[in-house]
Design a protein around this ligand. Sequence first.
Ligand SMILES: [Zn+2]
Length: 327
Amino acid sequence: MGLIWNQIFGQQKALTQLDQSLKNGRLSHAYLFVGPSAVGKKKTALALAQRILCESGNSCGCCRSCLKVEKGQSENLIILQNDSTELKNNQGIIKVEVIRQMIASLSLQIWQGSSRVVILDQAHEMNLQAANALLKTLEEPPSQTYFILVSSQPHQLPSTIKSRCQWVQFGRLLPQDMVKVRPFPAWVLDLSHGQLDWAEYLMEEEYQEVSRRSFYFWQSLFEKKEDLENLLSFLGDIEKRPYIMKHWSSFLHRARRFCAQGSPALEEKDSLDFKNEQTLFIKMASQPQAVDQTWIRFLELQSDFDVHVEKNLALENFYFSLKEIWQ
Ligand SMILES: [Zn+2]
């Protein structure tokens, strides 16, 4: 119980920027919080809402309004979001009806002197119609109303929306901040890229399976054993695909780092997985250019998936270009 603001770890730059605006009475009516997923953007939006709506006016954390915001029951705080979690789903859409409903509710009277805050999580999931509906309200916001758009993919937002908002940049979390949330082991901290959703996932059993299968894919590729059918069936599991893509991203990132710097200092160096991986990296490091090319192909595959081109075709292209690179 208390001030959500004090429960945010890391992100000092963003907090300072917002804190100064609050104290100077120069809050923007529309913010866009951008940065990787699961680094504290939405929590900071809630924390800012709590401070804006605080009845004592000095971010007490214990007035009626502060408690309501904390419990998610404040009538002056509207939170719009897609139900699916970001790691698993890239298909979500925030429809125009949802935006219109929110705008209509803003026309209702509020207590004199009080403010309202609208948080739009994963704002890039608005379809164009929804974004256009929101734009009009952002251009002429009702008095005492603050919008906080949160997005890990701001490039997908229309530029008209982006230019209406004041940007607040969030960075990846540092290991020392992540362990305040949960005591993650060192190897998880190393692989999670400073993102809590990814760290939590690495702790799950399911990850172990994806990790093993994924590792086998790369190993087989270098030993020229993997066949296309195998890859397609592996990636055919739509549910697991985002995890696999994350795993590959992480794997290739480490492979490139290995090529550049050699073995990283890790506490879990004794684990079998780690040793197997190092053996593979040593093989890969003999062809650093091929590693870079693989990384580029992987980024292309990712963007193919983002724009929903025919998935199997994209995978086939990926596979054949890898074979060419590593033959
Ligand atoms: Zn308060």
